[in-house]
Design a protein. Structure first.
Length: 192
């Protein structure tokens, strides 16, 4: 949880827009270099397609009756891996950073639950299982539980690798090589 004095990143409209324009521009500029990251994002999407129905079932069974919903108290924010995933898989990018406005619940919490599609939510909102949901999950077949846990573990690793691949592809050393090889004078390396 964030402390009350912590100012969340990308919380203002301007910084949120900049945070989304940068990856969008870099993904176009470094298209081929980012193919490994794009493949990881698509693999994450496939694993999430397996995880989401179970999460929806658990939420349907517990969230509406919950006296202390996590969406009302959590201070969850999108991070770099979330933005990269949404951009690389062409998901809808929310209009603002997640979390509360002031001291209220998450801005995306509606009367029937989250207003965002699961693939456009912060990572923690896609995998967090509350104690009541854990109890329900124990009633699922052991093989299904294991596949669910394995999918989440693979997604965590892919998120880490996704960030790494992105940073490596757009790093200054790679950028200098691309600029010096570019026939476009706008990107040509200046030697003077």
């Amino acid at each position: 949880m964030l402390s009350e004095t912590h100012v969340p990143f990308w919380n203002e409209t301007r910084t949120w827009r900049e945070a989304n324009l940068s990856p969008s521009r870099l993904l176009r500029m470094w298209r081929s270099e980012l193919d490994p990251a794009r493949k990881k994002a698509r693999r994450m999407e496939a694993l999430l397609d397996f995880v989401i129905p179970l999460m929806e079932d658990l939420c349907e069974a517990t969230c509406s009756a919950c006296s202390d919903p996590c969406c009302a108290r959590a201070r969850v924010r999108f991070d770099l891996a979330d933005l990269l995933f949404m951009h690389l898989t062409d998901q809808a990018v929310p209009l603002a950073q997640s979390g509360p406005e002031g001291h209220g619940p998450c801005r995306y919490l509606g009367p029937e639950g989250c207003l965002l599609p699961r693939l456009s939510r912060p990572w923690i909102c896609r995998w967090y299982i509350c104690p009541q949901q854990k109890t329900l999950l124990r009633h699922y077949p052991a093989s299904g539980q294991r596949r669910f846990e394995l999918a989440l573990s693979r997604i965590r690793r892919l998120r880490r690798d996704l960030e790494h691949d992105f940073i490596l592809a757009v790093s200054p050393s790679n950028a200098a090589e691309k600029e010096s090889a570019s026939p476009n004078p706008q990107f040509a390396r200046r030697t003077s």
